[in-house]
Design a protein around this ligand. Structure first.
Ligand code: ZN
Ligand code: ZN
Length: 532
């Protein structure tokens, strides 16, 4: 549908949405455009996507892309975007990846030799020089310098509580998780075949004690090319369960409103997870599923950290935005705040559109409203909450771009006070691994775009099976602290100077009971959050 302005003059500018453009590309391609501008140009990262193909139909001269993330996950994305904007500017893809990316990634490993390191840095410089011809970089910090106060990113590493640790360990040692982690090992029956093709093959799987496995219909799990998808079919479920434990144990509570199969599975998982600790919550089998005894902050590393930080901030007259992706977690947090006597308001997906602005205005005006509870999805867009100077992201998103949007609620024009952002992570768990991957990707991006000399923290190389190191691979994801190389140790072993820069102070059980100053790990470059 084309809307023409009420004038006889020829149309000079066409403004369109991607869907309409994609569907009407034949019409668009007929016209002689002087320039094409693509907002959110990171949508052009996949050269197989329909939108990408359509965008390539446009004239090759004067293509412009605007984006905050030229490279989010891989060098492929960067290449595709640049190759669309200025066809051929980076040459052919294969030699590009071999010459620049492989060398730079290998040089980023922790245990790399001097020669590879030198070569990697040379290539990073060369790539950065090449990109500068085509890429104009503007950061919020630079463009709006003087108009915006300072934003500080912090990562708060919380310890799992002893109960959380036991629950976490019970699960990763359970039959379900072991099917996943050890699927490629040779089968215990001595057949010489790997486990997932032998005694643990779908649909039979492990005999018992595997409620997740047995809740799935493995007969239907076949890929498009006929390849088996099991046991990978369990990945997301397993990840979500571990994430729940990291955030709050009460999230394991089965919801009677769920469909019966899901309720049954959640109940079986909770039973398995709590094991001999079940009495601590008044038994998992009670009909009312009362997990009240879980609510104590001492059972939750993140709540304990939050409790301490809130006490400090309340005294300092700060105002806090508290974000969570999950409505159930918001419920838990709200109950917690009420019990502590803090005045808060709340906005989530269920808040009617017309009431949202009023909530925001009230919060901005009122001096007694201390905390604003927000769901990342509903609160992440279109609100202007400039009275808050502390932002807590209780359960970080797997996609850091969404967390950035959340931070920007408070960090925008009109903001008077400096803003501190706190991302809560439980150390040693899956959350920390995901965080490390984000840091790794951000480092790769910084190296490519700016030739920044990043510290070499990691042994893993993305997409390289020989060098999975501590970052990539299933067995690393489903492991716990002691079996894992942790961020703090990685930082410490780099050099002592790094330790001064990264103030490593833990908020959580390690400091519980003493009055040590509360701190959070300060992030250097590479943690994201530069806010382009
Ligand atoms: Zn076997
Ligand atoms: Zn399956």
């Amino acid at each position: 549908r084309v809307v023409y302005p009420d004038t006889t003059a020829p149309v000079e500018v066409v403004l369109t949405a991607y869907d309409y453009f994609r569907m009407g590309v034949a019409e668009f391609a007929k016209m002689r455009w002087s320039a094409c501008i693509f907002d959110e140009a990171h949508k052009l990262k996949n050269h197989r996507a329909k939108l990408y193909e359509a965008a390539c139909e446009l004239p090759q001269t004067r293509r412009f892309g605007l984006t905050g993330t030229a490279m989010q996950n891989s060098y492929d994305e960067l290449f595709n975007l640049m190759d669309w904007a200025c066809p051929g500017c980076l040459g052919e893809k294969k030699p590009f990846k071999l010459f620049y990316c492989r060398t730079m990634q290998q040089a980023q490993r922790f245990d790399v030799d001097e020669r590879t390191l030198g070569l990697g840095r040379q290539r990073a410089d060369a790539l950065s020089r090449l990109l500068k011809k085509y890429l104009l970089k503007r950061t919020k910090a630079k463009v709006l310098a003087g108009q915006l106060p300072v934003k500080q990113d912090n990562v708060v590493f919380c310890e799992l509580s002893p109960l959380q640790t036991r629950v976490y360990r019970r699960l990763i040692e359970s039959a379900d998780f072991q099917v996943l982690v050890r699927h490629a090992e040779l089968c215990d029956c001595g057949s010489g075949v790997q486990r997932s093709r032998c005694c643990y093959a779908a649909p039979t799987g492990p005999p018992e004690g595997a409620p997740i496995w047995h809740s799935l219909d493995h007969d239907t799990h076949v890929g498009r090319g006929g390849e088996p998808m099991c046991p990978y079919c369990m990945c997301l479920l397993c990840i979500n369960i571990l994430a729940k434990i990291s955030n709050h144990l009460e999230l394991l509570k089965p919801n009677p409103k769920d469909p019966p199969e899901k309720f049954e599975r959640d109940h079986a998982v909770a039973k398995l997870a709590f094991g001999e600790d079940a009495h601590l919550m008044g038994s998992v089998d009670r009909v009312d599923n009362n997990y009240d005894r879980m609510a104590a902050a001492t059972n939750c590393g993140k709540l304990l950290a939050l409790e301490k930080l809130l006490a400090l901030w309340h005294r300092a007259n700060d105002k806090v935005l508290l974000f969570s992706c999950s409505v159930r977690l918001l419920d838990i947090l709200e109950t917690f705040l009420v019990r502590r006597g803090y005045v808060s308001c709340r906005l989530d997906g269920n808040t009617p559109q017309r009431e949202r602005q009023k909530l925001v205005d009230d919060f901005n005006k009122s001096s007694s409203l201390f905390i604003f509870l927000l769901s990342t999805k509903a609160g992440g867009v279109g609100l202007n909450i400039t009275s808050a100077n502390r932002v807590v992201i209780f359960d970080p998103n797997w996609n850091p771009a969404l967390d950035l949007q959340a931070q920007d609620r408070a960090y925008r024009i009109g903001q008077q006070r400096d803003v501190d952002v706190y991302r809560f992570l439980t150390s040693g768990t899956l959350e920390e691994i995901v965080y490390q991957r984000q840091v790794y990707k951000q480092q790769q991006s910084n190296m490519a775009l700016d030739a920044v000399k990043e510290r070499r923290y990691f042994e893993g190389v993305q997409g390289d099976k020989e060098h999975q190191g501590e970052l990539f691979g299933l067995s690393n994801m489903f492991a716990l602290a002691s079996e894992n190389v942790r961020m703090q140790e990685l930082v410490a072993r780099e050099n002592r100077a790094a330790r001064d820069f990264y103030r490593i102070e833990k908020v959580g059980h390690a400091s519980a009971g003493n009055e040590a100053p509360l701190g959070a790990k300060r992030q250097g470059r590479g943690g994201g959050g530069e806010g382009e």
